[in-house]
Every structure is written in C-alpha cells, then in structure tokens.
Design a protein around this ligand. Structure first.
Ligand SMILES: NC(=O)c1ccc[n+]([C@@H]2O[C@H](COP(=O)([O-])OP(=O)(O)OC[C@H]3O[C@@H](n4cnc5c(N)ncnc54)[C@H](O)[C@@H]3O)[C@@H](O)[C@H]2O)c1
Length: 268
C-alpha cells in the first residue's frame, strides 16, 4: 500500500529518463498525484508515451521521445523540460542499457551503448541542468544505480561498471554542488519487478533466489522504489546529499534489497 502526500511537489517540475515504464512510470504517477509536472524522456514508441501522458490531467505530463545514448538528445531532456514547463527542479537519471555476458563475449558497440546511456547521458544532462539549478540555488539530481554497481557481479560486467561509475559520479557531484544548494543522490535497487527484471526470464528457482537473498524475501515493486526516490527528491530529504562518506543507509547511496543472482553467481 503506497501513501501519497498530496501537495508535496506542488509547483515543481521534474524530468525522468526512462519514465515510460517500470520504476520511472511509478515515479510519474506519484509525482503527478503529489502536484508536480513531469517530462517523461523515453525511447519507447510514441503511442505508448502519449498513452501514458493521457492517463494524467492535461498539461501535467509531457512525453519527449529521445534516445539518450545521443548527446544532443540527452541534453534536450533539460531544454525541452524548460520549454514545456518554464522551469526545472528535479532530474532523475533512471534509464539504462543492459548488456549481458562477460567482457570477451561483448561487442565494442554494446559496451559503448551501455556507457552512453548509463553514464554519458547523466553527464550531458547534468551539464545542461546545473546552470539553472545554480541560478535557483536549489535542485535535485537522483540516479538509479544498482546493487550490482556497488559490489560487482558475474554475468553483466559492463552494467556493473556503468553503475559503479554513476555511483561515484554521484558522490563527486554531491560535493561539487552542495555549495550551490543542489543535492545529488542515488538509489541502488536490488531485484525489482519490472520489464528489465522480466528480461531475465525469472524461473521459480530465480524467484526463490531473490527471496532468499533479500531481507524481506521478495523482489521490490516499482512503487516501493519510487517511494524512496520521491523522498530523496522532496524537502523531507533537505539534509540528504550523496557524499557517500558514511556507511549508514541514508547518508549517501541508498541500497535496497540485494542482487538476486549474487548467491548463484558468487556462491562464496
Ligand atoms: N528492475 C531491476 O531489478 C533493477 C535493479 C537494479 C537497478 N535497476 C535500474 O533501475 C532503472 C529503471 O529500470 P526498470 O527496471 O524500471 O526498467 P524498465 O525496463 O521497466 O524501464 C526502463 C525504461 O528506460 C527506457 N530507456 C532505455 N534506454 C533508453 C534510452 N537510451 N533513451 C531513453 N529511454 C531509454 C526504456 O524504454 C524503458 O521505458 C534502470 O537504471 C535499471 O538499471 C533495475
């Protein structure tokens, strides 16, 4: 059961990459319920994006079809948000590309794409948004990383490397931008029931592994992950920025659950 906080984001403008499905779509629903206007930046089909926007009151959600592996399109996430809504307060780097397999089985083009979506795009988006946030002396940047980026795992080396890079970029940017009132945080989900997780073709055995390797013995839901992101984006988290200098859960990177394949792939 998810509780919304009506009015928490009144007057706020949010941009979310990968906002058309999974955790991103769950965030869109809550942001609108709590008063924000949202730009969904996603490479899904135009009709899917328009159908999502049509679920919400007119003018509250704008679908911007982009492939953020391209620098200009990534930058346009910020410029289009300002064009549509006149402002920007919160950015979520939520989209990512996954390449399965070890490095020697990976094509350079797959490696490049994973990095372009997962780490270059946050770079271009940050470059574009920070001047606006500096003028406002406020702003929030939140990235979706992964438990796989905190520890590394067998089976998807490139994804692990990208998420680790984004985790450390978060820590570095939190320090750089704190003097300007800009907060930078990341959430590291474990297994969450979305299309991305479904791509693993979860067998009953895999689901059992998720259960046994996760404190609450089940995968997270997109709504539960969105709830943490929303907390970080809100004024409730006004003292939280991801310096990552402490090992406590809240001061720095927030890690949720555990990676489902860890027990299988790293049996020690
Ligand atoms: N689902 C999990 O178990 C899990 C675990 C840890 C971390 N994550 C991370 O959570 C984030 C959200 O994942 P999800 O599970 O909700 O996935 P999802 O597949 O449900 O949604 C991802 C969305 O991103 C969009 N997207 C992908 N590449 C894009 C690009 N180049 N340009 C624009 N849009 C693009 C897709 O079209 C899709 O709508 C990702 O960063 C993922 O790595 C997911």
């Amino acid at each position: 059961m998810v509780h919304t906080f009506p009015g928490r984001f009144n007057g706020k403008v949010v941009a979310i990459t990968g906002g058309a499905s999974g955790m991103g779509a769950a965030m869109v629903a809550r942001y609108v319920a709590e008063g924000a206007k949202v730009l969904v930046a996603d490479m899904c089909a135009e009709d899917k994006g328009q159908a999502q926007a049509a679920l919400y009151p007119k003018g509250s959600v704008y679908f911007h079809r982009v492939d953020i592996s391209d620098a200009a399109q990534a930058t346009s996430v910020v410029t289009e948000t300002i064009k549509q809504f006149g402002d920007i307060d919160i950015v979520h780097n939520n989209a990512s590309a996954v390449v399965w397999g070890p490095v020697d089985e990976m094509e350079p083009s797959q490696w490049d794409r994973c990095f372009k979506v997962g780490i270059d795009a946050p770079f271009y988006i940050t470059r574009a948004v920070v001047p606006h946030f500096k003028k406002k002396k406020a702003g929030s940047i939140i990235s979706t990383i992964s438990t796989a980026g905190l520890t590394g795992d067998k089976g998807f080396a490139c994804y692990c490397a990208v998420k680790a890079a984004l985790a450390n970029l978060t820590r570095a940017m939190a320090g750089d931008y704190a003097p300007y009132g800009i907060r930078v945080n990341a959430v590291a989900p474990g297994w969450t029931d979305t299309a991305m997780a479904a791509a693993l073709k979860a067998t009953p055995e895999i689901r059992e592994m998720v259960a046994s390797s996760t404190p609450l013995h089940r995968p997270g839901t997109p709504e539960e992950l969105a709830a943490v992101m929303m907390f970080l984006a809100s004024e409730d988290a006004s003292f939280v920025t991801g310096a990552g200098k402490s090992k406590s859960v809240i001061h720095g990177l927030i890690r949720l659950g555990s990676h489902p394949l860890r027990n299988q792939l790293n049996p020690t």
